[in-house]
Design a protein around this ligand. Structure first.
Ligand code: UD1
Length: 374
């Protein structure tokens, strides 16, 4: 069988890695990788291919930055001839970015089956571009691989036929579990001169937080204040760096708030795994901190990953300087860490996906069993 994966952004690469490994181990399978180029620079893309031992993409569409419409349209136009030439049996799309929805649409219109990895997540917030991407991608997909039971339930509630849904677990956790020994061995905290469980890691890139000057200022002020208690390491996403300079939101100094370049996967994981707290608006970090048992404050009004709050270490907070500082200080005062366990977040999701794709034959759609029971 021939599979073709389409990836484009930093969080896609972690999802692709375990699938690429599983498919490479099957001699009867051909796996073609297309990089749309939505993320294109060394720090946001190339480093991840190296860290995750990913093969060079077979095709690079070089779509680059642009408005949502321009970026999505560029993927549509540039992917079509690649699919026409490659004629894969199934196109695999990952997560919820512009490249995901565009790839699903091109493939579906060419009558090529689409499998969505990380299907069914819903924030129910249609102001988020990612939510629109998720809704459309899931409607277009023939096979939907859900990372959690709530995600599988969302798909059912939207009328997706049960035979198309598979509850397989979380591929981000596959990558985390696979890379954790290497990340710990690299011991990133020592390189930054920070002590285990005595520093905060922060990331920020959602439009709602970084494009709104008031919200961005509130969050940066909170990080600045917390950095008087312990170091705050803040790898700054390019979008955020741009906004911080445009809006003139600069930390005032005095504490130990360190603005870093975006980090590679291994270094970031090493830092997160030994931190005392993560403050973020990232989707992946909510899951990774839950798996690691590290407290997480997510600066958003909602999450498409509710299991990280109900069962994990995640808590939603508003973009409010005082609330963020108070919550962070309470977490540090409690000084307690526990490692929750979530069904099928066990490092073997990609193995289940590859089995479904290759052995249970995705071709026999409709005959499959909905497995959302553990
Ligand atoms: C995208 C995804 C988001 C994901 C995030 C992870 C969509 C709608 N959004 O958001 O779901 O969580 O990636 O990072 O698909 N830039 C660079 N170098 C790069 C890439 C981007 O400098 O390699 C800059 C560009 O100025 C660009 C800005 O970052 O305009 C934003 O990039 P973009 O791909 O539009 O969206 P993200 O905010 O990264």
């Amino acid at each position: 069988m021939k599979f073709l994966s389409v990836v484009g952004t930093r969080p896609n690469f972690m999802k692709l890695a375990p699938i690429a490994r599983e498919l490479a181990a099957r001699p009867d399978v051909e796996h073609v990788i297309v990089h749309t180029g939505q993320h294109y620079d060394m720090a946001m893309s190339d480093t991840f291919f190296a860290d995750l031992d990913l093969p060079e993409p077979d095709h690079h569409l070089a779509v680059g930055s642009g408005s949502h419409a321009a970026q999505t349209a560029a993927v549509l136009a540039r992917l079509e001839p690649v699919l026409a030439a490659e004629r894969p049996d199934i196109v695999l799309v990952y997560g919820d970015v512009n490249s995901t929805v565009a790839a699903a649409l091109v493939a579906a219109k060419m009558n090529i089956r689409v499998a969505h990895i990380e299907a069914g997540l819903r924030s129910r917030d249609r102001t988020m571009p990612e939510e629109l991407n998720r809704l459309v991608t899931d409607q277009l997909s023939d096979l939907l691989f859900a990372p959690s039971l709530d995600a599988a339930d969302n798909l059912r509630a939207e009328g997706i036929p049960l035979g198309r849904i598979r509850f397989v677990g979380n591929v981000m956790i596959d990558t985390l579990a696979h890379m954790l020994p290497r990340a710990r061995a690299a011991y990133a905290p020592a390189r930054y001169g920070v002590g285990e469980r005595d520093y905060i890691v922060a990331t920020l890139h959602r439009p709602a937080n970084v494009d709104d000057p008031a919200n961005l200022a509130q969050i940066v002020r909170a990080l600045e204040e917390l950095s008087h208690d312990r170091p705050v390491l803040f790898p700054v996403h390019p979008r955020t760096r741009q906004r911080m300079s445009e809006l003139d939101v600069a930390p005032r100094g005095g504490g130990d708030l360190r603005l870093l370049e975006p980090l590679g996967y291994i270094e970031m994981l090493g830092l997160v795994a030994a931190s005392s707290l993560v403050i973020t608006d990232s989707g992946g970090l909510q899951e990774e901190t839950t798996y690691l048992g590290i407290p997480c404050l997510t600066v958003r009004p909602n999450t498409e990953r509710p299991v990280t709050c109900s069962r994990g270490t995640n808590r939603l907070v508003p973009a409010d300087h005082e609330v963020i500082v108070n919550c962070a200080r309470r977490i540090h005062a409690r000084n307690r860490w526990s490692k929750p366990s979530i069904e099928l977040w066990d490092g073997r999701a990609a193995e289940r996906i590859a089995r479904e794709l290759c052995e249970d034959s995705a071709i026999a759609l409709g005959s499959a069993v909905f497995q959302a029971t553990v």
